[in-house]
Ligand binder design. Structure first.
Ligand SMILES: C[S@@+](CC[C@H](N)C(=O)[O-])C[C@H]1O[C@@H](n2cnc3c(N)ncnc32)[C@H](O)[C@@H]1O
Length: 210
């Protein structure tokens, strides 16, 4: 584990924390995508934590959702598993490799929340470039990025979300929305894959947390 994610989660205990505001925004984005769905939805969430950005939304939705949440930490994944509805499998596994969830793809909704701020830029680019093979035509990707500009002089020195959006544009995605909250320090992006349904390949290493 790269850091104490259990401590990180405690910011969710404060409903006014920036992280709680981000959580509400991610849930709203997922709710919006489900509301617009015309049939059953297959969902994949990588680095899913205890599932609190997805599972309450699925509970409250009339849409039939199946899929997989992938979380490395056994305690967090166990918490998610304990409350996951039928049809949602929670895997205690390394989401940095597609081998952990490729069998659950192509997905209609793919969440990468709390990921891009924890990996190097090349890994973000590699992950976004691989997404079309993991998605159905018309699928949505919900992602987050902190707003803090890197202090590393060799790193990208603009709004980090713009770098991510550039990777999505390069890969052929359509930008649906970007919700930016400077006070809370986050961006939540939604992109749509307009190309053909992908064919997941054998496992591919996409990212490592730093
Ligand atoms: C920033 S949190 C985000 C959790 C959740 N998506 C959210 O936004 O509430 C990052 C999570 O990624 C998990 N994680 C770190 N490395 C991972 C890996 N290689 N595979 C799967 N999960 C990982 C951590 O345990 C942590 O729960």
């Amino acid at each position: 584990m790269t850091r104490d994610w259990h401590a990180w989660y405690r910011a969710y205990d404060d409903p006014d924390s920036g992280l709680s505001r981000r959580l509400a925004t991610v849930r709203g984005a997922l709710q919006g995508v489900l509301d617009a769905a015309s049939g059953p939805v297959r969902l994949v969430s990588v680095c899913a934590g205890d599932g609190r950005d997805t599972l309450p939304v699925l509970d409250a939705s009339d849409v039939e959702v199946t899929g997989v949440l992938v979380e490395l930490d056994p305690e967090l994944s166990a918490r998610a598993r304990a409350v996951a509805p039928g049809g949602i499998e929670v895997r205690t596994a390394d989401a940095g490799t597609t081998a952990s969830y490729a069998d659950a793809c192509p997905a209609d909704v793919f969440l990468a929340c709390g990921v891009f701020g924890n990996v190097v830029d090349d890994d973000i680019a590699r992950t976004v470039a691989a997404l079309p093979s993991l998605l159905t035509s018309g699928a949505h990707v919900i992602w987050t990025r902190g707003s803090r500009v890197s202090e590393d002089p060799t790193a990208y020195d603009g709004d980090p979300a713009e770098l991510v959006r550039g990777f999505f544009a390069d890969a052929g995605f359509e930008a649906v929305t970007l919700i930016a909250d400077d006070d809370a320090g986050f961006r939540v992006g939604v992109h749509r894959w307009p190309g053909p349904t992908g064919v997941p390949g054998p496992g591919e290493r996409l990212f490592d947390f730093v």
